[in-house]
Design a protein around this ligand. Structure first.
Ligand code: DX5
Length: 241
């Protein structure tokens, strides 16, 4: 807990969250991933997200574990794997062994979500659960004790460069309240269409971890400037909420 507010009430941790900026490497030049990872670390990112897609859960196919493992030694920050796959249970240890400290599975692809999240922790990684735009917040209500991160998708997963879905912000606020009331230390991440302009709405709604791919890679002033702009905008919006 933090110091008291103006009325002497103890401030919950969530009221002074430091926003984390995490790039998706989906827009990167896959022919030079080591250099791309070093570039992101130099830009001041907090972690790096690998969008793992199987071509079935989402209509795209991306990184296997060997690709991620090959980039691991080039990074000074942690890796997270966002598993957009129909059978995450069969892949958990593979992506932990590839060097991912955080494994995010989709609630929509887990028959036994409670068991899957517990298994991720048994493997020594932090656990995360993602929910697509149509999935209600309540789907994670009974697994908060097993979860280190909740990812509220702000696009329909599968591709970068899509438009942010503002309607998800009400769900972000609901998730923030569920997390704060639970007393568990859970990061609330958003992913999809996060730019210098949309990040404020997500932060004000209660998010504290922000995935950005195409906007960060496309920023004319470079990735370091993009990271700073995202972090500053999220800090201001989160504090004002
Ligand atoms: C969708 C992907 C994207 C990516 C970020 O499945 O998960 O959300 O990480 O894409 P941008 O930031 O380009 O919308």
């Amino acid at each position: 807990m933090n110091g008291p507010d103006q009325k002497g009430r103890a401030m919950p941790e969530s009221s002074v969250r430091r926003p984390l900026i995490v790039p998706s490497v989906l827009p990167a030049d896959f022919a030079c991933l080591g250099e791309e990872v070093r570039d992101l670390c130099a830009a001041g990112v907090d972690r790096i997200q690998w969008d793992v897609m199987d071509g079935v859960f989402v209509p795209n196919l991306t990184f296997g574990p060997d690709v991620i493992a090959s980039a691991r030694s080039h990074s000074t920050v942690g890796f997270e794997a966002h598993l957009m796959v129909v059978n995450p249970d069969g892949l958990l240890s593979t992506y932990v062994d590839a060097g991912c400290e955080l494994i995010i599975v989709h609630a929509e692809s887990c028959t036994h979500l409670h068991r899957t999240l517990a298994r991720i922790r048994e493997l020594g990684a932090r656990s995360g659960v993602a929910v697509n735009p149509h999935t209600p917040a309540e789907v994670v209500a009974h697994v908060l004790a097993e979860t280190d991160l909740i990812l509220a998708m702000t696009v329909n997963p599968g591709f970068g460069g899509q438009a942010y879905i503002p309607a998800v912000e009400s769900k972000i606020t609901r998730l923030r309240r569920m997390i704060d009331e639970s007393g568990h230390s859970i990061e609330l991440e958003v992913d999809g269409g996060i730019t210098g302009d949309t990040i404020g709405g997500a932060a004000a709604a209660g998010a504290d971890v922000f995935i950005s791919g195409s906007w960060m890679y496309g920023c004319p002033e470079g990735k370091a400037a993009a990271v700073k702009r995202l972090r500053d905008a999220a800090t201001v919006a989160g504090a004002a909420a």
